[in-house]
Design a protein around this ligand. Structure first.
Ligand code: NAD
Ligand code: MG
Length: 381
């Protein structure tokens, strides 16, 4: 296995699964953006031969910690190399920086256990091409998509899933569920970093507070399962126990349930087609609990409509949405813009989008750079 993004929230939880299954996997490569001493500790614990870092400086520092027997690779090129060296590749990098892993693993015909939704969303038409490589496979770690993957077992193998009426993506609603627009104008960083049901990295936690995460997940589901975004509906479900559902044309709805615990989808993706027997997130049906569902408020959370609009436009529109959002979230986390400005800033960038069918990686990088430049300009003005 290669675990890229090893020091983050998904990375750390993947390591917990590996510790429970010491004989099932041989961890041969890891990578991380910061926290070099943590990266070194993981390399030592698991006897990892190859490590990826982002800069030459990091390479020198880590080399001092690990010695000459560990190979250290640098940057996007290093990530691409590591993504091709293992049978199972976990992409737990955050943001567009995860793109070389997604493309590299699929190009080499590997199993990609994908947490990094941003790469798939931005590069959907390009990912669709490399996914056809012999042996290439995507298993989604994102809990909703992992649930849908399981709920689709036994469904039609025809393209577009004609026996499926719609996918029902569940959303916790984030920390601001049921808040009014007025109250949302006063949100602080501490409020936004407090997720009610999941403990995650900072970027996705902020995305969950704006519901942009759910918008991105609509695009992710559409790309993963080959189902148009109009057939992906969002259902707010505050308990985060039903991880998502599939409604078939005959009216039957199939759901996957567990306690919110990312180690279950991680174990599912790396273990597939077998199920690892540890049992993460088991539900206790002897205690009473309830499951509530409601429709999201699209007026209060306009990120959802932005995502459906990007899906309708296709091409590079999802890449713009995701890139502008990365810049806006970073600006919020750096105290440059208030929370209430994140989604309007993304909307303003999307207003300037011009159709591009996204036929090459070069086109993707150009689109990504343009959207980031526009977003940066709006942050600083
Ligand atoms: P995180 O911020 O906790 O961790 C990100 C990891 O990526 C860290 O190890 C960081 O060092 C590494 N990284 C960042 N830039 C890098 C680069 N240029 N090269 C190499 N490594 C780099 O984030 P997270 O919450 O673990 O999320 C990771 C991905 O999984 C995101 O795309 C997120 O949307 C998705 N996801 C996370 C959760 C969750 O529960 N945390 C759930 C569903 C999906
Ligand atoms: Mg999710």
């Amino acid at each position: 296995m290669a675990l890229l993004g090893a020091t983050g929230s998904i990375g750390t939880q993947t390591l917990e699964v590996l510790r429970r299954e010491p004989d099932a996997f041989d961890l041969i490569a890891i990578a991380g953006g910061q926290r070099l001493s943590e990266l070194a500790a993981i390399a030592k614990e698991f006897g990892v031969a190859r490590v990826g870092v982002v800069s030459e400086d990091d390479r020198r520092t880590l080399s001092g910690m690990l010695g000459a027997h560990t190979e250290i690779v640098v940057g996007a090129k290093g990530l691409a190399e590591l993504s091709q060296c293992a049978d199972v590749v976990v992409n737990a990098v955050v943001g567009f920086a995860g793109l070389p892993v997604t493309i590299g693993a699929l190009e080499a015909g590997r199993r990609l256990a994908l947490a990094n939704k941003e790469s798939l969303i931005a590069a959907a038409p390009l990912v669709a091409k490399v996914r056809a490589t012999q042996g290439a496979q995507i298993l989604p770690i994102d809990s909703e998509h992992c649930a849908i993957h399981q709920c689709l077992a036994g469904s039609s193998t025809e393209p577009g899933h004609p026996d499926v009426r719609r996918l029902l993506l569940t959303a916790s609603g984030g920390p601001f569920r049921d808040w009014s627009k007025e109250r949302l104008a006063e949100v602080t960083k501490a409020d936004a970093l407090q997720h009610p049901t999941w403990s995650m990295g900072p970027k996705i936690t902020i995305d969950s507070s704006t519901l942009m995460n759910k918008g991105l997940e609509v695009l992710e589901a559409s790309a993963l399962f080959g189902i148009e975004a109009e057939r992906v509906d969002i259902v707010v479900h505050p308990q985060s126990i039903v991880h998502s559902m599939v409604e078939y044309v005959d009216g039957a709805v199939i759901a996957q349930l567990s306690e919110p615990d990312m180690r279950l989808p991680i174990a599912y993706c790396i273990g597939s087609p077998e199920r690892l027997a540890h049992g993460w997130g088991r539900l206790d049906f002897t205690r009473s609990f309830s499951l509530d569902f409601q429709a999201p408020d699209r007026n209060v959370f306009p990120a959802l409509d932005l995502a459906y609009e990007a899906a309708r436009r296709g091409g590079a529109a999802p890449a713009w949405l995701s890139a502008a959002n990365e810049i806006a979230v970073e600006a919020f986390l750096n105290d440059q813009i208030p929370w209430s400005r994140i989604v309007p800033l993304v909307a303003q960038v999307m207003d300037q989008y011009e159709e591009d069918p996204l036929e090459s990686l070069e086109a993707l990088f150009a689109n990504d750079a343009t959207a980031r430049r526009l977003a940066h300009g709006m942050v600083t003005h």
